[in-house]
Ligand binder design. Sequence first.
Ligand code: AMP
Length: 540
Amino acid sequence: MLNGLMMDYPLTLDHIVEHANRMSPNKKVKTMLPDGSMHDYTYADFYKRVKKLSNVLESLGVEVGDRVGTFAWNNYQHLEFYFGIPGAGAVCHTLNLRLPHDQLTYIINHAKDKVIFVDGTLLPLIEPIADQLESVQHFVVFNVPEGKEVNLPNVSQYEDLMAEASEDYTWRCTDENMAMGLCYTSGTTGMPKGALYSHRSMFLHTFGVLMNAALGVIEADVVLPVVPQFHAMAWGLPYACTFIGATIVMPGPHLKPEPLAKMIGEERVTIAAGVPTIWNGLYHELKNNPRDISCITQLVVGGSAMPRGLIEAYEKELGVNVVHAWGMTELSPLGSTSKLQSHHQDLGESEKLDIKAKQGYFIPGVDARIVDLVGEELPWDGETMGELQVRGPWIAGSYYKVEKRPEHFTDDGWFRTGDVVTIDESGFMTITDRTKDLVKSGGEWISSVDLENALMSHPKIREAAVIAVPNEQWSERPLAVVVPVDGEVPEDDLNDYLLEQFPKFWLPDEYVVIPEIPKTSVGKLDKKVLRAMHSEGNLS
Ligand code: AMP
């Protein structure tokens, strides 16, 4: 073998922030603060604060490889954590603020987070579990509302620590294989599992996002990531925008349609990214209060399927181009996009919309195949359904501190997505079902199994099954099918009971009482049958 003679340049994230400081020092990062006012500063200011933050972490005793949690909305501070934590050689563990308390406690203890940065607007969500967080040595808070008392142990104010820190810092991320980020997924069974990203994988994913075949962010773009930084790394946009020097507009806690419409209009946003529920809400807002949002060149949507009708409404009524994308936490998360290709040029409008409603082609860097139940590869004919398996440089090779299992990874090196799909001759993928039974509501998972277990522990319930039913606003909502022990059960009782364990958005929209729940041959709840009953109108 003859080795190439090119430089051994480690693909580490410090290069991204150094590049932004050199190439785009005057470009802006803007944030809508909790009070609705706009904060902005330049990438040059940002760069200095990232270095200060890395110093702060060292002064708190954070060592290379330590996990540091972030519990925050999308804002400039969270962008600083995205770079300052990996820059100090530590791992940025984004905590999903919508997780129920037991799962949040579990992931913090499982990751052994040493320090957690907490957005002051979210204190009530983390204070009640603080005494159960075994590994946490420091909490650092910011954006604390005036007059709000902070009930956390060993707590410091972010700005106090930053005021004392030096702007000189020697990056500690020296090896591209070092871990830089950790994000837990919600599984069908058991507790969430962690995808542990490396500098190399995130660096390459950033190139992936920047490709025109993917999102194609350019310097002139003004990008609004509505997709949370605490879920699937805001689809990699924070890194892509910083690298290319695009203007970033962070919405902070303002995810309602009205402030989003205002931000898009006033900041002249060109790329906005979020789940279908967000864009459904925005569409209805704009119907009631029209505003020109045709500044958007790409409305990126993923996380669950974007209804074709909504794509059409955006394109025809609002003049906005929709880019449907598919990804997973385990893919950093981008896997496919559905932009039209040269061979679609002569298609009619309706056929073009059909293509845009697909989950799309795999972006360069992502290999894909579909297989049947015994692992045999299936044809790409647009009709044959199979389990989607993927591999590539930004795809998880195993889960953090979980033994590698055949239900997640194949022996020949592929990741099993759990999505059931068809792929057509030109490589366009359509998701037809999931092997999982999770309910996807507004871009967040609801575990049907957890709800069933809780319902079945209610003294008046004999059996319960929860299925996802389509919902225009939230994509899907849970419907509970219950068999009472004796007679009727008041819905309010069940809701109060579930609220002791789950957030409000987990409550089933409907309870349907039936005499017996259908079972499979091995005695499991047969949700396929329930789904069919629902779609035929026999469950109500
Ligand atoms: P998460 O890791 O929480 O982002 O969830 C990943 C899962 O969301 C995938 O396995 C899909 O089932 C689903 N998903 C993501 N994007 C889409 C999409 N565009 N259409 C349909 N389902 C999607």
